[in-house]
Design a protein around this ligand. Structure first.
Ligand code: PEP
Ligand code: MG
Length: 602
């Protein structure tokens, strides 16, 4: 059937069943704990917000005129494309635009949109989003690639119309001013970082994996989040009430009263637990047999220092400085770096701050990746490799870090070191920057410690050599897991394989800690693994005494530390070493944790 005729057949038949729709539970990947209940704010691929808005009765005619203008503008645009493509590639290729044109001019669709505005008083934006979303959903429900493509055609038209309707009124996500749950196809880490946690109560994306930076940033902001749900945005409209269960990785659409009551009760319980944990703030993370564990915080922005302070952190174990680049279009000048770093060290009042040098690339890009980009970005020019290729950029940052080191306790750390030569080269750039500052008479800490992240298996295998040249180590499990198991941390389709509980990952950690200890080099962990109380006993049993976690996780991890003894943890680690699968290890650790804290949602 021709595309346009097929569309006409569907518009004739598709029921508008979104009112009174049935409860739907969708499983995704749990990446940031907590429960959120609230109004959905939908962002499509282009980030359009389509809340349910109503138009005043006396504005209906003007809104209808606006719709007409948008349809005409979109049709003119499609026609221009049709003419150009026909001239360059031939009529066969231009047929797709003819079909889009037919759909835009479809009488039944137009009538439906006008009815929504006239009788339900929906805004044209909301009407377009809802009506076309409904048709796309019908095509998606039909089998076959051809039908899936038709759904994409409809999304294309929807986007085009919305672009014309929204024009310059497109609101930025950062400017949301009422409580919402953000539901999106995807969000970049910097978009996520710009969310205002005062209003964004929860977050769900269709794509994304457990170790993606979007997930990590959501956790850092303390926003319950679920990623990798798959297609669902067409099943929900802006303004509807949804539930996000960040503990179980669920999103619940069209919840009934019973479900809402259950989750409201859970929100209350969480508040009680959080209040209980708050009392730990000024107590040390000390085991029952008197061993002190250093609890550090991971931050992306200076503003997060306050959260670390509020939760009693002993310092900052990971400052992801690359977020300074992600929030802007140009490269930050030295003064912008310095201002941010200075703010952090000052606020920490002499407590140590581990500043990781820029770790850009892979999923930490300024814009959404396009298909022309590197095919394997996680194996490509990212992180320290990118910094060493762009030495001017790198030097600007290093100068700022060194300058800030005169005002507090800073430790410098390189990300993703995979060879000794890389470490040596990076240290040479630091030495150059020091020389420049010396010549200019600018003060800095001459004894600044320079260390590296351990996030590539080669770094673990060569650790005895690295120990001779690196002042300290910090294990980055987020990357170590993906490079150990060959699993892309941001790909939902292999998320089941991405786990810190894999025995191979645990062996690498074990090796790293043993080697560092044998060489008398301090070693810490800053990957997400150590923010999960499930692993606390294991990590203490392996020999780690310094953990750097998302500020929100400090109280829970501290609570585990204060309830266990080192010999008990060593027994747990010994037992884990005998187990062969991630599933067995997780089950065992859950049992052990529930003996200590039955109420933890593990
Ligand atoms: C890690 O890889 O564990 C880490 C802490 O760095 P990031 O998550 O920023 O890659
Ligand atoms: Mg990393």
């Amino acid at each position: 059937m021709r595309r346009d005729l097929l569309f006409a057949a569907v518009t004739a038949r598709a029921p508008d069943n979104s009112e009174g729709a049935h409860l739907e539970r969708l499983q995704g990947i749990a990446v940031s704990p907590g429960v959120a209940i609230g109004e959905a704010l939908i962002l499509d691929n282009e980030g359009f917000r389509i809340p349910r808005r109503f138009v005043q009765r006396d504005a209906v005619e003007a809104e209808l005129a606006r719709l007409t203008l948008a349809v005409e503008a979109a049709a003119a645009e499609v026609d221009r494309n049709r003419v150009r493509v026909a001239a360059e590639l031939g009529d066969e290729y231009a047929a797709i635009f003819s079909a889009h044109l037919q759909m835009l001019n479809d009488r039944r669709l137009r009538q439906e949109l006008e009815d929504m505005i006239r009788t339900r008083h929906y805004s044209p934006e909301y009407s377009v989003s809802r009506a076309l979303g409904k048709y796309a959903k019908v095509f998606q429900s039909l089998d076959g690639e051809y039908m899936a493509e038709r759904a994409n055609d409809i999304f294309d038209i929807q986007k085009r119309l919305l672009r014309h309707l929204l024009g310059s009124s497109r609101q930025e996500l950062a400017q949301v001013t009422s409580p919402v749950l953000v539901l999106a196809h995807n969000l970049t880490p910097s978009e996520t970082a710009n969310l205002n946690p005062q209003f964004v109560m929860g977050l769900v994306t269709e794509i994304g994996g457990p170790g993606s930076h979007t997930a990590i940033v959501a956790e850092g902001l303390g926003i319950p989040a679920v990623v990798g749900v798959g297609h669902f945005l067409t099943d929900v409209s802006g303004g509807e009430t949804v539930i996000i269960d960040g503990d179980q990785g669920l999103i619940i659409l069209h919840p009934d009263e019973e479900m809402l009551a259950r989750y409201r009760h859970e929100v209350e319980e969480q508040r009680t637990l959080a209040a209980k944990l708050e009392t730990l703030r000024d107590l040390p993370a000390e085991t029952t047999d008197g061993v002190k564990v250093t609890m550090l915080g991971n931050i992306e922005f200076p503003a997060e220092v306050q959260q670390c302070e509020e939760r009693g952190a002993d310092g900052i174990g990971l400052y992801r400085t690359e977020f300074l680049y992600l929030g802007r279009d140009d490269d930050p000048p030295e003064e912008a770096h310095f201002a941010a770093y200075h703010e952090v060290v000052q606020a920490m009042h002499g407590k140590p701050v581990v500043m990781r040098t820029l770790d850009l690339g892979a999923d930490k890009m300024r814009t959404m990746p396009n298909p022309e980009d590197e095919r394997n970005p996680f194996l490509g020019l990212r992180s320290i490799r990118l910094a060493l290729r762009n030495r001017d950029l790198f030097r600007v940052q290093l100068r700022a870090i060194l300058r800030a080191s005169a005002h507090g306790t800073i430790r410098l750390m390189f990300p993703l070191i995979s060879t000794l030569l890389e470490l040596r080269q990076a240290k040479m750039v630091v030495a150059d920057a020091m020389e420049d500052l010396d010549e200019a008479g600018i003060p800095f800490d001459r004894n600044i410690q320079v260390g590296m992240m351990v996030e590539v298996p080669s770094a673990v295998l060569m650790m005895d050599r690295f120990a001779e040249e690196s002042d300290f180590f910090s294990i980055g499990t987020n990357d170590l897991i993906q490079y150990c198991l060959a699993v892309d941390r941001s790909n939902k389709d292999v998320a089941n394989l991405y786990t810190a509980a894999d025995p191979a990952v645990i062996r690498l950690i074990d090796m790293a800690v043993k080697t560092a200890n044998a060489h008398g080099r301090p070693i810490s962990m800053c990957g997400q693994m150590c923010g999960n109380p499930l692993y606390t006993m294991l990590l203490l049993g392996i020999g780690l005494r310094s953990l750097s976690v998302t500020p929100a996780a400090i109280p829970e991890v501290k609570r585990v530390c204060r309830s266990v003894s080192i010999p008990q943890c060593e027994r747990v680690a010994a037992q884990v070493r005998t187990l062969e699968t991630a599933r067995d290890i997780k089950t065992y650790l859950k049992e052990e944790l529930s003996k200590v804290f039955p109420e933890f949602p593990v």
